[in-house]
Design a protein around this ligand. Structure first.
Ligand code: FAD
Ligand code: DLZ
Ligand code: SF4
Length: 519
């Protein structure tokens, strides 16, 4: 009696639930490199290289631990190109009595798996992904009891559940749940930014890089200088290095942006975390331990832990609560195609050029680049949210729909009408100027309000508020901004709107085929 255990490319954890409680003899683990997963969107070259290399290393580790592994390579001539096709071939080869698989991260794949029992005439056990701290049903129960989803309250539940940064009498460490007020300082001159760990490609990674260079040459992004961790051991080294060198300043400079500094005090752990080389609990625990040992301040440990057990778990719960409708949401009725410079980096707006450069070179941009530069610009310019979501899904090594879509549709584009965030994350040039060193070096003048030399974010910001006054005019969190807008003389308001229109008319739409399709 054989059990077939397919493990997907983002389930590369030795603690994965499908390997619990099954005998090593009598189990065949199936890992599949398949064309459909590489091209349903045209992922950044580095993301494909990361997943294939990590899958191949994981297979070797499983074999060394005594598991039987059936590994399907992309260039296997018999490869059918899809998960379902490869499971069908594996069923023919191994004649299993049952299939055991952990629930996938994406709706699209869940739909496939839900068809397997009927298609193969076999029992298919779909197991809960217990690497997450909050289960999908647990989140649904939490959400159903509320009229509004508020991340802060969810986060407090996760603090209580994990005991992280909690005192013995169940109070938050330091007396406050959230120390954000101590965070978000602008960058100062003379700061030293620690380099995150870079891992030189070994033979396995080099072989995968050659495959990617050959098969996916037309995909976006730089492949050379690949440096991501591809094994759990490397990922743990990267985590320890981050905790020692960057975490102490993580909170304070969490929202800063500096020209030429791609990581600042961020961890760059999301690519490893999202494929299972690290678990969220071990990452958060490492930060809590460093705080307990006195090597990082509370504002850093709390701020970091909140991202992992708060935001990351919250967006995953939101994804499964709101899918599939949320994928098509467009509450602001935005219709503009994505500008071409998101792919080429060819723009004179330095903040955007820097964010696209980081994205292209490293398959990475830190949170504020994603939210307040790339996302903010797209929302202000009225770009169609599904174009924005496709771009974000392609370009980041950490992008999987369960985490990307809520962040794009909900957090950054406000396309869900405010289900995830009560107020749009919109900002003008003054915000970017305060949080970065970009504006002083930019061709545009951040202090100018209108005209061809003015920072485009300024007019776009007011134009956005004017366009959506009916929707946001009564939002008490935006009352100050609308009061300012309504105090402006009509000719000033007209000048902002005309300047925004003149700028928008210069945007070149992206060529078709970068994100989906073959063109
Ligand atoms: P750090 O700043 O070091 O933060 C630590 C960890 O916290 C991250 O590794 C991540 O696991 C978690 N985290 C922080 N913020 C979030 C968040 N909003 N949602 C979920 N997890 C979070 N994150 C992804 O993992 N994949 C995505 O596809 C993705 N797309 C995004 C799209 C937009 C428009 C925005 C605004 C954010 C997106 N994020 C995404 C969230 C966040 O920007 C990244 O997790 C973070 O930049 C990863 O870099 P890091 O590991 O250095 O993070
Ligand atoms: C992202 C990705 C890519 C590019 N390729 C593969 C692959 O060939 N095989 C695989 O198992 N997983 C891959 N992945 C990750 C999957 O897309 C991911 O597991 C699902 O989307 C989760 O539902
Ligand atoms: Fe960006 Fe405007 Fe600053 Fe230029 S001036 S870097 S466009 S915010």
């Amino acid at each position: 009696m054989t059990i077939l255990v397919p493990i997907l490319g983002d389930q590369l954890s030795h603690t994965i639930a499908s390997l619990h409680g099954v005998p090593k003899d009598g189990t065949v683990v199936l890992l599949m490199e398949v064309a459909d997963e590489t091209t349903y969107v045209r992922h950044h070259k580095r993301k494909i290289a990361l997943i294939f290399s990590a899958m191949r290393h994981f297979a070797d580790e499983l074999r060394a631990a005594g598991w039987s592994v059936d590994y399907i390579r992309l260039d296997d001539p018999a490869n059918s190109g899809s998960f379902s096709g490869e499971v069908a071939r594996a069923v023919d080869r191994h004649r299993p009595s049952a299939i055991r698989v952990v629930e996938p991260g994406e709706w699209r794949v869940r739909t496939m798996i839900d068809g397997w029992a009927e298609r193969f005439g076999l029992r298919v056990d779909v197991l809960i992904d217990d690497r997450f701290i909050c289960g999908i049903l647990e989140f649904q129960t939490w959400a159903q009891a509320r009229s509004e989803l508020v991340m802060e309250y969810f986060y407090r539940e996760m603090r209580r559940k994990t005991g992280l940064l909690m005192t013995p009498d169940d109070k938050p460490e330091g007396g406050r749940w959230n120390l954000d007020k101590d965070n978000r300082a602008p960058p100062k001159r003379g700061l030293n930014y620690p380099e995150p760990m870079h891992f030189a490609p070994d033979e396995t990674t080099q072989a995968v890089m050659a495959l990617v260079a050959d098969r996916f040459a037309e995909h976006f992004g730089r492949l050379e200088q690949f440096a991501l961790p591809v094994t759990a051991a490397q990922a743990r080294e990267a985590l320890a290095h981050f905790v020692k060198t960057a975490l102490p300043d993580f909170g304070t400079y969490q929202d800063a942006m500096v020209t030429g500094q791609d990581w600042l005090y961020h961890s760059w752990l999301s690519p490893a975390l999202n494929i299972g080389l690290l678990t969220p609990l071990e990452v958060a625990q490492a930060a809590a331990d460093a705080y307990a040992a006195g090597s990082v301040p509370l504002n850093a440990a709390e701020g970091f832990i909140r991202q992992i057990i708060g935001w990351r778990e919250y967006v995953r719960g939101y994804y499964w609560l709101e899918m599939p409708d949320v994928a098509a949401a467009n509450a602001l009725e935005a219709t503009r195609p994505l500008p071409d410079f998101y792919w080429t980096g060819d723009t004179q707006m330095l903040c955007l050029a820097e964010a696209v450069r980081n994205t292209r070179d490293n398959a990475y941009a830190h949170h504020i680049q994603r939210l307040m530069v790339l996302g903010n610009f797209a929302m202000l310019a009225g770009v169609r949210p599904q174009d924005v979501a496709d771009w974000f899904l392609v370009v980041y090594a950490d992008a999987y729909e369960w985490v990307e879509l809520p962040n794009v549709i909900g957090m950054s584009q406000h396309a869900d009408g405010g289900r995830l965030a009560t107020k749009p994350y919109a900002g003008g040039g003054a915000y970017i100027d305060r949080m970065s060193d970009h504006c002083g070096k930019c061709r545009y003048d951040v202090k100018k309000k209108v005209g061809p030399d003015a920072c485009p974010f300024n007019a776009l910001y007011w134009d956005f508020l004017a366009r959506h006054e009916r929707l946001f005019g009564r939002n008490h969190r935006m009352a100050n901004m609308y009061a300012t807008w309504n105090r402006m003389k009509p000719e000033v308001r007209d000048a902002y709107r005309a300047s925004a229109q003149a700028f928008l008319a210069t945007l070149v739409p992206a060529a078709k085929g970068w994100a989906r399709g073959s063109g």
